[in-house]
Design a binder for this molecule. Structure first.
Ligand code: HGY
Ligand code: MN
Ligand code: MN
Length: 409
């Protein structure tokens, strides 16, 4: 890569601020749940940026948005990507950083009048967060051939609203087939969302892979009864059962190395202060870098629930919301990230990702790696999510350098 090629840091941070203003929350974060009006506004903003760069813009049947800088030769593209949807208490950088930095890389090449050998594209995947529709990484999962468009369109949110209907409503059901652009390599630039880099003095994370993940939805059915007159021994209380399950899953994290557990959703019906609940719906987010350990944890939860169900006479059913194995990235690409970081004199360390990313799906179809920068306080999925401007610009230059080299290899 021509050594003096750099991204325009001011333009990058200005674009990040523009996107952060869409779905901005009073706490200083962003809320752009997939396929809501805020997501549509973010999409419209992105398409406008891509148009401004004169890129070939394509939208596929699951709403993935692609901007392509045509290369000198035909053939598989180098793709830079991430997502612009957020969780409900999202920050300004999760996902947005990778998409906006990808736009900036293409803008910098445009400014320099440089045309790569291969097509170089930026992509914003639909519903990476999985906060509204399941599974997470849905747009890249469909892109990578893991899920059909029809099955994805049939997903519904917790209010029963369909993904396909929402995609149509916001005008982002595109004509392209997901995966229409063959990929030579995929690079995702993202905030770490954890405390490792910051605790080790900062620098770049050359991500070696992503841990395994299972999202379970449990429905517990008991018997509604009067909270004042029903003797404790006569109660069939799914609320108590849900609490026991959450504690059991948490205890597992102390006995199974690397195990994580989170109960992120719990809905009680009829949700009256004086009624022993009838039904409780809860979710468990279980993760582990090791597939076998995660399977052991899930098995332990399922057998705990089976015993609880008999003992307390509570019907318990399970539904998979997401299930993805531990995913290693491609050694040559990890080395490219390390090389680019070293080129800019940046400290770089190898690490796995605790969070799921679209890269987990893209690694099914092409060599894939990720670039991390520090998250201050290790905080994410929180409005206070923050990364410094220096780190943001440094990571974007690493993306530029690695993407340029891959697009000319
Ligand atoms: O849940 C995750 O790890 C990602 O933020 N979707
Ligand atoms: Mn993300
Ligand atoms: Mn996220």
């Amino acid at each position: 890569m021509s050594t003096n090629l750099r991204i325009d840091g001011a333009r990058l941070t200005a674009r990040l601020a523009e996107l952060a203003a869409i779905g901005a929350t009073p706490e200083g974060g962003c809320r752009r749940l997939a396929l809501t009006d805020e997501d549509r506004q973010g999409r419209d903003w992105l398409v406008n940026q891509l148009e401004g760069l004169g890129l070939d813009i394509r939208i596929d049947a699951i709403g993935n948005i692609v901007g392509i800088l045509k290369g000198q030769e035909d053939g598989p593209a180098v793709i830079m990507g991430s997502h612009i949807d957020t969780v409900g208490t999202g920050g300004r950088y999760d996902g947005a950083l990778g998409v906006v930095a990808g736009v900036e890389v293409l803008a910098a090449l445009r400014d320099a009048g440089l045309v790569p050998k291969r097509d170089l594209a930026v992509i914003a995947f639909t519903n990476e967060e999985g906060a509204r529709f399941h599974p997470d990484m849905l747009g890249s999962y469909v892109w990578a051939g893991g899920m059909s468009v029809a099955a994805a369109h049939a997903e519904v949110d917790s209010d029963g609203v369909g993904l396909g209907a929402e995609l149509k409503r916001i005008g982002y059901e595109g004509a392209e087939q997901p995966g229409f652009l063959p990929a030579h390599a995929y690079l995702e630039y993202h905030i770490e969302q954890g405390p490792v880099l910051e605790n080790e003095g900062g620098g770049i994370g050359a991500v070696t892979g992503i841990q395994a993940i299972v999202w379970l939805e449990l429905t517990l059915k008991g018997r509604p009864s009067h909270a004042g007159t029903t003797p404790m021994a006569y109660r069939k209380d799914p609320g108590l059962a849900a609490a026991r399950i959450a504690i059991f899953a948490n205890e597992l994290t102390k006995t199974i190395p690397g195990q994580l557990a989170n109960m992120g959703v719990i809905r009680v019906q009829p949700a009256n202060v004086n009624v022993v609940p009838e039904t409780v719906t809860m979710t468990l987010d279980l993760r582990n870098p090791d597939d076998a350990s995660l399977a052991r944890a899930e098995e332990a939860v399922r057998s705990f629930c089976a015993e609880l169900s008999v003992r307390d006479d509570i019907a318990i059913s399970f539904r998979d919301l997401a299930r993805f194995p531990a995913t290693p990235f491609a050694e040559p690409l990890i080395a490219e990230v390390e090389r680019s970081a070293a080129e800019f004199g940046l400290p770089v360390r190898r690490m796995i990702s605790g969070a799921g990313h679209d890269a987990q799906m893209m690694s099914r179809i092409c060599p894939t790696a990720m670039i991390f920068i520090p998250s201050i306080g290790g905080l994410s999925h929180n409005p206070a999510e923050f990364s410094t401007e220096d780190d943001i610009v440094a990571g974007a230059n690493v993306l530029l350098s690695a993407a340029w080299r891959l697009a000319n290899a």
